[in-house]
Write a protein that binds this ligand. Structure first.
Ligand code: PXL
Length: 280
């Protein structure tokens, strides 16, 4: 069996379980070789901590990829999460062009906001740049905030219905990607889940679980990483999307029960055996 290889391109937030510190262990647990391209190093993530350090690694992206081009790498997936600037978005688009083969899956999680707001570092120009990166992907995994910013539509809060969600999914797929998984969808109080759309089959699928009270940092990154790991284990879209929900919910439930400070992220580590079981 040839082991698959992912290149994931996102920041290292040293403390606070998100971006590369969750992508690496989760995708590795799925049996995939996980190569990384760190875009910045922060002492913590930017959501809930103050005084964090930020070392930009934009200038390293091109030399790293130039070296990689000499290695004749087989790349089964390219996966991006939090990116720091419009310049990085353009460098990453070039990297897609350089490393994408016919069978390469390109997954873009446009990690840039939540709850109707962009994260502190971003503005509308960045969101539109992210839209262009999404256009170059095979699969995108936004939440409703990110989707509405990219489509320049107003944020609906909790006031939406199934036709609205299906319209968002179709519009996101029209940008370019074949598959879209929209996270943070709820049609009924107390439940939360995802909506998935495949442009090739025009099929919509949903998967919901019980909503656990509170806001948990880094769970979008955990979700996308688990989704990619499942897809690369040849799970069909809705099965992969559901496995990733079950894993993420288990990690959130454990963290809720432990009542730890949520800005440090969720205890996904103890749920990795569950994830591996769900993949088998
Ligand atoms: O989880 C998304 C994320 C990743 N990286 C950094 C962040 C955030 C969200 O705030 O600040 C640096």
């Amino acid at each position: 069996m040839i082991q698959k290889r992912v290149i994931t391109i996102q920041d290292i937030s040293c403390i606070g379980r998100c971006s590369l510190t969750v992508a690496l262990p989760i995708i590795s647990a799925a049996g995939i070789e996980t190569s990384i391209l760190p875009t910045a190093i922060l002492s913590t993530h930017t959501g809930g901590f103050t005084g964090y350090t930020f070392r930009d690694l934009t200038d390293d992206i091109k030399p790293i990829s130039e070296h990689w081009k000499t290695l004749d790498l087989r790349v089964d997936a390219l996966y991006t999460g939090y990116l720091g600037s419009r310049e990085q978005l353009e460098l990453v688009e070039q990297l897609f062009r350089d490393f994408r083969a016919d069978a390469t899956l390109v997954l873009v999680d446009p990690a840039m906001g939540d709850q109707g707001k962009l994260y502190p570092a971003f503005d509308l120009g960045f969101a539109l740049g992210m839209r262009d990166l999404c256009a170059a992907a095979d699969i995108v995994v936004p939440n409703i905030t990110e989707a509405t910013f990219m489509l320049e539509r107003p944020y609906p809060g909790s006031d939406y219905d199934q036709p609205y969600i299906e319209d968002l999914l179709r519009q996101l797929a029209e940008l370019g990607p074949t598959q879209v998984v929209l996270t943070g969808v709820s049609f009924e109080p107390g439940t939360l889940g995802i909506a998935a759309y495949d442009k090739q089959t025009s099929r919509f699928d949903y998967y919901f679980r019980e909503q656990i009270e509170g806001y948990y940092h880094g769970t979008g990154d955990i979700y996308s990483s688990a989704l990619l790991g499942a897809l690369l284990n040849d799970k069909p879209l809705i099965e992969a999307a559901s496995i990733a929900v079950d894993f993420t919910v288990a990690a959130i439930r454990r963290t809720y029960d432990a009542n730890t400070d949520r800005k440090f992220g969720v205890d996904f580590e103890h749920e990795l055996p569950l994830y591996i079981k769900l993949l088998s």
